[in-house]
Ligand binder design. Structure first.
Ligand SMILES: [Zn+2]
Length: 366
């Protein structure tokens, strides 16, 4: 069975696709399709990848050789930046739907976040002279798997195709490939978990640092000096520690060098062109958002958090040297207008580059 999967290659050829359909009729309900609509097929068909064996080429796409091609894909990069896209997928194969053991279960997809990730990749490439972030994309619909929840949590599958997709996304591509690649090349790096939110909830862009709106309502002084050590509780704990004595935690969180303030400069310019105001929080002149989205499993797992709120298999691994945030983008900026989405992606690219250059100290621009 495994040989059948391993023998598979993505192809646009009709003949091979027909053969493929036969192969898949044995191992799954049908061939993967649909994710190509997000435009990623333009980068090229994903090639099979084995953790620790395949030498990934920056700018190339991969799938785990023993899994169903297309369920989870990885763009190999050469920048100190990892972008994960857990909720954008629309593939709905024959995997049992997630069921809540109690209460509400969120099955809403973050539409067009896979397209937004591609736009960000393109913009970063243009600005850096052809360099790539590492990008890990889940193409399965959220009704089948929630790639921002832990193993088996919230009805997540632990067996079969769904279980393999969870491992591909978290263990094989992010934890065992992208993070080690960034650390081997740079020693530290930035992780962004990319999401979509409804227009009515809060600011247009909400940057989550694993801190609640209540915690953000504290003064800068309290955040910087409290025995509660907010820096260590946040997803930028490593970076804050690294910059100790130079840049205070609150400065990194919502001061001039914060991602929110850097992004707001681009949003102001975008707003002038579009004749509409766009806002990101937290930022320099809006420090205490009442509505906040602080981030979930991925942010905690891959930014080295040890607060006990999740069973974090990465807590004592290299993820301690990664800092990052969750980026929640309104529907208006990502779904309705592809031109607007691309322009917004360019502002994200500018802010990400400035943030890494200023705070991590790596030169990215040519
Ligand atoms: Zn989401």
């Amino acid at each position: 069975m495994l040989n059948r999967i391993q023998a598979f290659r993505f192809t646009a050829g009709i003949t091979r696709a027909a053969i493929l359909t036969c192969a898949f009729s044995i191992i799954s309900a049908g061939p993967p399709a649909g994710w190509t609509a997000a435009g990623w097929s333009a980068i090229g068909p994903p090639a099979p990848f084995t953790v620790g064996k395949t030498a990934a080429a920056p700018g190339s796409l991969y799938y785990i050789a023993t899994s169903i091609p297309g369920d989870v894909i990885y763009l190999a990069g050469n920048l100190p930046l990892i972008i994960s896209v857990p909720h954008g997928g629309g593939l709905s194969p024959d995997i049992p739907d997630r069921k809540a053991s109690w209460g509400f279960i969120n099955k809403n997809n973050d539409d067009a976040t896979i397209e937004l990730a591609l736009d960000i990749v393109r913009a970063i490439g243009e600005k850096t002279g052809g360099k790539f972030p590492h990008v890990v994309i889940n193409n399965l619909t959220r009704a089948k798997i929630d790639q921002n929840r832990g193993w088996g949590k919230d009805g997540n599958p632990t067996t079969g195709r769904g279980g393999e997709a969870w491992k591909d996304f978290h263990h094989r591509f992010i934890g065992s490939t992208a993070i080690p690649a960034v650390l081997n090349a740079f020693g530290s790096g930035l992780f962004i978990d990319l999401h979509g939110k409804p227009d009515w909830y809060g600011a247009d862009v909400i940057i989550g640092y694993n801190l609640s709106a209540w915690q953000l309502s504290n003064s800068d002084r309290h955040l910087d000096t409290s025995k509660k050590n907010y820096a260590a509780k946040s997803s930028i704990g490593f970076l804050s520690k690294k910059l100790e004595g130079w840049t205070g935690f609150s400065e990194l969180l919502r001061g001039r060098v914060s991602f929110g303030s850097l992004l707001q400069k681009g949003l102001d310019e975008l707003g002038r062109v579009r004749q509409r105001r766009y806002f990101a929080v937290p930022r320099l002149d809006y420090r205490k958002p009442l509505m906040n989205l602080s981030g979930g499993y991925n942010l905690k797992a891959f930014c080295g958090l040890t607060d006990g709120s999740i069973d974090n298999p990465y807590r004592y691994t290299e993820s301690r040297f990664i800092s990052g945030f969750q980026l929640e983008v309104s529907r208006g900026l990502r779904v309705k207008n592809p031109r607007l989405r691309a322009d917004f992606a360019a502002t994200v690219a500018d802010a990400v580059i400035a943030y890494i250059e200023k705070n991590f100290g790596f030169r990215l621009l040519p």
